[in-house]
Design a protein around this ligand. Structure first.
Ligand code: CO
Length: 134
């Protein structure tokens, strides 16, 4: 049902330092920061040969990652994203299996302009999971 790992999202409390770490220290292909006001984050896409890393930095007053950074001031893995072919079919299967889908269960358009859903971390080994329809 789930497909490729689309990205691993890492919350950072210092965006410039996060960019420098991946670009200069790790030698990765780091894109320009993009503000995503609908999602309350600034995102930096980092292209790796087999997947992506996304640095997340809070944007605006009610950023969904503000609480995470309060608990993890040095940053940390915020979520991982798996690709799916049919997000509605996967959602219905997961809900029937007892998993909780966040935000009312209706897909939203994510940072890649594709439908996404988030699954409750308590149902998935303490990991916030994003599903993206590709
Ligand atoms: Co994501």
């Amino acid at each position: 049902m789930i497909g490729r790992l689309n990205h691993v999202a890492i919350a950072v409390s210092d965006l410039d330092a996060g960019i420098a770490l991946y670009r200069d220290t790790l030698g990765a292909n780091v894109g320009a920061p993009q503000d995503e006001p609908d999602h309350g984050v600034t995102v930096v896409f980092i292209e790796l040969p087999n997947t992506k890393i996304e640095l997340l930095y809070p944007l605006g007053e009610n950023s969904p990652i503000a609480g995470f950074l309060e608990k993890n001031p040095s940053g940390g893995i915020h979520h991982i994203c798996y690709e799916v072919d049919d997000i509605i079919a996967v959602r219905d299967h997961l809900v029937a299996s007892g998993a909780r889908v966040l935000g009312g269960g209706e897909p939203k358009i994510g940072a890649h302009k594709k439908p996404v859903l988030f699954l409750h971390p308590k149902d998935f080994n303490g990991t916030l999971i994003e599903l993206e329809q590709v």
